[in-house]
Design a protein around this ligand. Structure first.
Ligand code: IPE
Ligand code: IPE
Ligand code: MG
Ligand code: MG
Ligand code: MG
Length: 299
């Protein structure tokens, strides 16, 4: 297994800091009315998380030689959708979680109604960002970016996957059913992040296809690893409650395949993702390193 190089760590730190700064600038100030909502939106979004989706936007942007000023906006749009999905995922009517990114969840720190509105408003802000300034050379490509994010977040993407997750609680799923759930609830937004990064620059149809294959494989790998870590890591390392999937009767890759086979599968998906990058050559280096990070991470 390749060790994550220090050059990658530095790049990752730069993108994470840049994402944090841009989000802090783009989110409404905490004192602006309605202050409780704005404060809670900032609480949900800032100072936390690995920022994997922004990292993917920037890494895909390298393949497309995209301008960083565009990528940072696309990256923040995806991260806002992700932050919203976490706030709603943690609500008592969904996973009923009290800890997220090492802090009390939004509905615990504020209240359930505010948490609901935080999710709504983060989602709206994400689309506002995609419509606000030029992000692609061709206006039609930028419209496609709006559609990409909408589909990734919607009923045929993340929200649909979350519905399958709720309906599956307490049941055993077959492997194909589990794959469908994970591809939607987590994979769709990750795949969308890769597509959006590429759209900020230029890629030919072959490159677009390679990036999409990568995004699909690494999106599924991400949730397989999330399932493994829920089983295998501690609450303090994760910054969220460990061991909840089995306590809540969630079908996962660990409950379906066992820990060892789930880990192996994550490795296979990593290989699949790396193979998809081969035709892209050196410009896809960061995407390759991110595949390693996503599968080898401990948190
Ligand atoms: C957790 O996502 C929820 C899933 C979609 C699996 P992340 O592991 O990316 O959470 P943060 O953003 O780093 O907190
Ligand atoms: C969440 O999956 C996927 C989302 C769309 C937020 P999980 O419910 O497994 O995420 P965690 O483990 O709470 O972060
Ligand atoms: Mg969940
Ligand atoms: Mg959850
Ligand atoms: Mg989980």
């Amino acid at each position: 297994m390749k060790i994550i190089e220090s050059d990658f760590q530095a790049w990752m730190g730069d993108i994470q800091a840049r994402t944090e700064a841009v989000l802090a600038r783009l989110l409404p100030p905490a004192h602006m009315a309605p202050a409780r909502l704005h404060e809670a939106m900032r609480y949900a979004t800032l100072e936390g998380g690995k920022r994997v989706r922004p990292l993917l936007v920037f890494a895909a942007g390298e393949v497309a030689a995209a301008a960083p000023e565009r990528l940072e906006i696309a990256a923040c749009a995806v991260e806002l959708i992700h932050a919203y999905s976490l706030v709603h995922d943690d609500l008592p009517c969904m996973d009923n979680d009290v800890l997220r990114r090492g802090k009390p969840t939004v509905h615990v720190e504020y209240d359930q109604a505010t948490a609901l509105l935080v999710g709504d408003a983060l989602q709206s802000l994400a689309f506002q960002l995609l419509a606000d300034q030029r992000l692609a050379d061709d206006a039609r490509v930028q419209l496609d970016m709006v559609k990409t994010l909408a589909v990734a977040a919607g009923s045929r993407g993340m929200a649909g996957g979350q519905q399958i997750d709720l309906e599956s609680t307490g049941k055993a799923l077959t492997l194909p059913e589990l794959e469908v759930m994970h591809i939607h609830k987590t994979g769709a937004l990750i795949r969308g992040a890769v597509t959006l990064g590429a759209a900020c620059g230029r890629v030919d149809p072959g490159q677009k296809n390679s990036l999409d294959k990568y995004g699909k494989a690494i999106g599924l790998a991400f949730q397989v690893v999330d399932d493994v870590l829920d089983y295998d890591a501690s609450t303090s390392t994760l910054g969220k409650t460990a061991g909840k999937d089995s306590r809540q009767g969630k079908p996962t890759y660990v409950s379906t395949l066992g820990l060892a086979r789930a880990r192996e599968l994550a490795g296979e998906l990593r290989s699949e993702a790396l193979a998809a990058l081969e035709p892209l050559g050196g410009r896809a280096g960061r995407l390759g390193q991110l595949a390693d990070f996503i599968v080898l991470r401990k948190f």
